[in-house]
Ligand binder design. Structure first.
Ligand code: NDP
Length: 493
C-alpha cells in the first residue's frame, strides 16, 4: 500500500489545493511506494508568503542560535539514520550500504560544519580615509528557492539548505519529483529540531510548474539549483524577468587522464570508484578516459576486469554496490546512448546489455559498460549520460590530453593520474574545470568548494564560499568629520 505524503508549508502538512497527487516508484522493482501532492501555483504562493513571514524573526536571531538549531537537526538526522537511509534507497535505488554509511552521515556532518563556520563570518573595515568609517556587513538575502536533483536527494538538499538557513534566510524546497520523500522527512526533522514554522517549506510537484513558479516569483530572492544543464539554461531565462540571483550546479562530462608514468593499479581503483559510484549518477563522475597509448591496453584490461567484480542487485542488501538507476525514462535514455555507441567505431569492451539476472528484470538496472577506441566527437564522449557507461581514448602527448580534456562544453571536474606531482600540478592549471584531482577522482569535503565553469554552471556549494552565496554584502559609510561642507562638494559649486 502506497504511503500518502503531504507538502510542508508554514509548518502545516498540506495537500495540493486540487487534491492531485503523483506517485513515487521504487526503481529496484517498479512498485509504487508513495504518493505526494502535485502542488501548483497556489502552493508556491502560500509557501512564499509563509517563508516571507518567517524571515524577519529568523534573520534577527543571533547566528549562534541558528547554529544550535542546525546542530540539533544534525543530531536528529543521525538518530534517524536508518529510516532516512531506507527511504532514500527506496525512492532512488541507491544501495543501502551507501545511503547508511555515506549520504546520511555526510548530511549530519555538513550541518555541523555550517553551524561552526557561520559563527566566524564577519564583515570588514575598509581603509578609506580618516574622515569616515567604512565597513561591510553580511546580511541574509530573504526567501530562497532550492530546486534539487534526484541523484543524492538528501545530501544535495543539505548542501544548500544548511548554508542558506545558517546565514539567516528562509527556504522553499522543491525536491525532484521522482525522489521527494527524503526532503519531506528532512522538513519534518527541521521542525522537530525547533526551527520555527515557515523557515523550511517543502513543496512537491512538477519542475515545469512549481519549480518555474518559484523562479518567477518576485518574493524569492535567489534560486539554488542542481540539475541538468538544459534545465539550468531554462531557469536562467525565466529568472531574467526578476533579475533573480542564481546558483547553478549543472552537468559534467569529466575527464580522467592517465599519464605515461601513472601507477596503473591505482588508476584502475580510482576509475572504478569515479565511474560507478552511485551507478555513475554523479555530476562529477569519470566518464571520458584519456589514457597514454603506452598504458592503454593494460589499463583497459584491468579496468574491465575490476568492473566485472561489482555486485549489482537489490539495493536493500548490504552486499550490493550497484543499484538500479533512478527511473525508467533515465534507464531508457542511457540505453539509447549505449545502442548508438555500439553502432559507432567505438569498441564495446564490457556490458552494453541489460543484466541477465531474472531477479533484476523489473528494476531499472544498467550494467557497467565500457567502450574503447573512442573519439571526442562521439555522443558517448560529449553528453552527460549519468550512468555507469564510459569511453576510453588513447593519447600520445600531455598537450594532446589537455586539448582532449578541454574539448567539452562542460567544466566541472577532472582527474590526472601520475607519479610526477609537478607535472600533475602544471597540467591541473591548464584544465578548465572547477575541481581537478591528482591521483584521486570524486573526493569532496565540507571544507572544499564545489562548482564548475562553462556549461557546468557557476557559484559554489560547500566550503565557506557557499556562505557568500546566501548573503548580501552591504557597504555602510559613516561620516566622521561632523562638517557640513566636504571638499568634494566643490565640484558642484
Ligand atoms: P532536471 O534538471 O530536470 O531536475 C532537477 C530539478 O529541477 C528537479 O527538482 C526538477 O523537478 C526541477 N526542474 C525541472 N524543470 C524545471 C524548470 N523548468 N524550472 C525549474 N525547475 C525545474 O533533471 P532530470 O531529473 O530531468 O534529469 C535529467 C538529466 O539531468 C540526467 O539524466 C542528468 O544527465 C542530469 N542531471 C544532472 C545532475 C547533476 O548533479 N549535474 C543532477 C540531476 C540530473 P522535477 O523532478 O519535478 O522535474
Amino acid at each position: 500500500m502506497a504511503e500518502k505524503y503531504k507538502a510542508l508549508i508554514g509548518g502545516e502538512w498540506v495537500e495540493a489545493a486540487g487534491g492531485e497527487t503523483t506517485t513515487v516508484i521504487n526503481p529496484a522493482n517498479g512498485q509504487v511506494i508513495a504518493t505526494v501532492p502535485k502542488c501548483g501555483i497556489e502552493e508556491v504562493n502560500a509557501a512564499v508568503s509563509a517563508a516571507a513571514a518567517a524571515f524577519p524573526e529568523w534573520a534577527a536571531k543571533p547566528v549562534g542560535e541558528r547554529s544550535k538549531l542546525l546542530l540539533k537537526l544534525s543530531q536528529l538526522i543521525m538518530a534517524n539514520q536508518e529510516s532516512i537511509a531506507k527511504l532514500e534507497t527506496m525512492e532512488h535505488g541507491s544501495p543501502i550500504r551507501k545511503t547508511m554509511n555515506f549520504d546520511v552521515p555526510l548530511c549530519a556532518e555538513q550541518l555541523e560544519y555550517f553551524a561552526g563556520v557561520a559563527r566566524g563570518v564577519t564583515g570588514e573595515t575598509l581603509p578609506v580615509g580618516p574622515w569616515c568609517m567604512s565597513m561591510t556587513v553580511r546580511q541574509p538575502l530573504g526567501v530562497i528557492g532550492l530546486i534539487t536533483p534526484w541523484n543524492f536527494p538528501a545530501l544535495m538538499l543539505i548542501w544548500k539548505l544548511g548554508a542558506a538557513l545558517v546565514m539567516g534566510n528562509t527556504c522553499i524546497v522543491k525536491p525532484p519529483s521522482i525522489a521527494p520523500l527524503t526532503a519531506l522527512k528532512l522538513g519534518e526533522l527541521a521542525m522537530e529540531a525547533g526551527i520555527p514554522k515557515g523557515v523550511v517549506n517543502v513543496i512537491t510537484g512538477p519542475g515545469g510548474t512549481v519549480g518555474e513558479a518559484l523562479v518567477e516569483h518576485p518574493g524569492v530572492a535567489k534560486i539554488g539549483f542542481t540539475g541538468d544543464t538544459a534545465t539550468g539554461k531554462r531557469i536562467m531565462k525565466v529568472a531574467s524577468d526578476t533579475v533573480k540571483q542564481l546558483g547553478l550546479e549543472l552537468g559534467g562530462k569529466n575527464a580522467f587522464i592517465v599519464l605515461e608514468d601513472a601507477d596503473v593499479d591505482s588508476a584502475v581503483e580510482g576509475a572504478v570508484f569515479g565511474a560507478y559510484f552511485n551507478s555513475g549518477q554523479v555530476c562529477a563522475a569519470a566518464s571520458r578516459f584519456y589514457v597514454h597509448e603506452s598504458l592503454y591496453d593494460e589499463f583497459a584490461e584491468k579496468f574491465v576486469a575490476a568492473s566485472k567484480t561489482l555486485k549489482m542487485g537489490d539495493p536493500t542488501d548490504f552486499a550490493t554496490v550497484l543499484g538500479p538507476v533512478a527511473y525508467k525514462a533515465h534507464r531508457d535514455k542511457i540505453d539509447t546512448f549505449v545502442e548508438k555507441a555500439k553502432k559507432s567505431s567505438a569498441k564495446l569492451l564490457l556490458g552494453g546489455e541489460r543484466p541477465a539476472d531474472p531477479a533484476l528484470k523489473d528494476g531499472y538496472f544498467v550494467s557497467p559498460t565500457i567502450f574503447g577506441d573512442c573519439t571526442n566527437d562521439m555522443d558517448l564522449m560529449r553528453h552527460e549520460i549519468f550512468g555507469p557507461v564510459v569511453g576510453l581514448c588513447r593519447f600520445k602527448t600531455p598537450d594532446e590530453a589537455i586539448a582532449l580534456a578541454n574539448d567539452t562544453p562542460y567544466g566541472l571536474s577532472a582527474s590526472i593520474w601520475t607519479k610526477d606531482t609537478r607535472a600533475g600540478l602544471v597540467m591541473a592549471s591548464q584544465i578548465n574545470a572547477g575541481t581537478v584531482w591528482i591521483n584521486e577522482h570524486l573526493i569532496i569535503f565540507c571544507e572544499t568548494p564545489w562548482g564548475g565553469c562553462k556549461e557546468s554552471g557557476w557559484g559554489k556549494d560547500l566550503s565557506t564560499m557557499v556562505l557568500d552565496e546566501y548573503t548580501m554584502t552591504k557597504h555602510i559609510y559613516v561620516d566622521l568629520t561632523g562638517q557640513p561642507a566636504k571638499p568634494w562638494y566643490a565640484i558642484l559649486k
